[in-house]
Design a protein around this ligand. Sequence first.
Ligand code: NAP
Length: 327
Amino acid sequence: MTTDATQHQDRIVAVCGATGGIGEALVDVYAAPGTELLLAGRRTKALERLETVAQAKGATVCTAAFDLRDRAALVAWCEEAARRGADTLILGAGVSASVEGIERDSGDVETLWLPEKNDDLLRELDVNATGNILAANAFVRALLLARREGVVPLKHVQIAFVASLAALTGLPGSPGYSASKAALRTYGEALRRLLRGKDVGVTVLFPGYVESDMSRRYQGSKPWLMSAEKAARLMKRAIDGGKREYAFPKILAVGIALLKLVPASLEHLFLNGFFFTVEPDRESRGEGGTKACVEKGCEGDPGEKASACSRGNSSATENDVDRGVSR
Ligand SMILES: NC(=O)c1ccc[n+]([C@@H]2O[C@H](COP(=O)([O-])OP(=O)(O)OC[C@H]3O[C@@H](n4cnc5c(N)ncnc54)[C@H](OP(=O)(O)O)[C@@H]3O)[C@@H](O)[C@H]2O)c1
């Protein structure tokens, strides 16, 4: 990508995990004339589709395809976003898995619930926690240094983590997922405190059930399931309003807060209503979805372009971007 903090844009919004259900809806609510969108995901076809949609709404778009576990690519993208003058960084990439039910052979059925498979647990921690925390860390380091060097103008910057209500109370159906999201809350809190007085805010979002490919894999009740469009509107309001934390829908957030007052012996009465398992995704099934997704493409994706910027009907190639396309 190019470094170009001089071109005037009203806003520069960077979204990692832009290709997911929530990410796409966020792109839709942020796309507007005068806004530059820096969009990252793995699926190049989805990025191209987003680019078309956002351009049609008047936004300038730069896309980048990489796996969050490719640390060099992740750090480079975050540093570039900071030097380019991004005022908003939304970290929404995530994966989810759940406990594994083992049925007994005998007629007397009592399912034995095992915690997440070790590989699934590691991926949840790797992507949801390590990947997103590293992203924020790299962005903030680059931002503060760029400000000191006078490379970017001093303006308010907001960083947002997409955690989950599972960060606020450990869900027995997905202990690893809960832990990976709770890590974002603590890191976000510490970062916010570190950056006090530096014109950098940190928002940690705690969504409940939101319609997306991820939640479609949930098997069980999904109380107060919300559309991705509505969730994105609420999230934008919280991010742009500089909220420190935002949990929604309110009814579930309040329920979780009240749970802290309930004796441990009665907790299950509430939690049983939210028990769900998660169908394995492609990577969990061993069918790809890994870094190969970016390098070779997946789910019909050619994976030809690693990164590109475009505006209106014009489209800059990766080489243009590397050379530094002026906007
Ligand atoms: N849906 C819900 O009910 C719900 C509730 C609470 C919190 N959340 C959180 O909201 C966020 C968005 O989820 P969603 O519901 O929109 O799910 P989704 O449709 O499955 O989207 C997941 C996003 O994460 C990206 N991603 C996953 N693994 C990645 C990796 N290794 N490297 C780079 N990107 C990766 C995906 O990119 P590609 O698609 O390009 O691979 C996609 O953009 C997640 O952090 C999720 O935990 C969701």
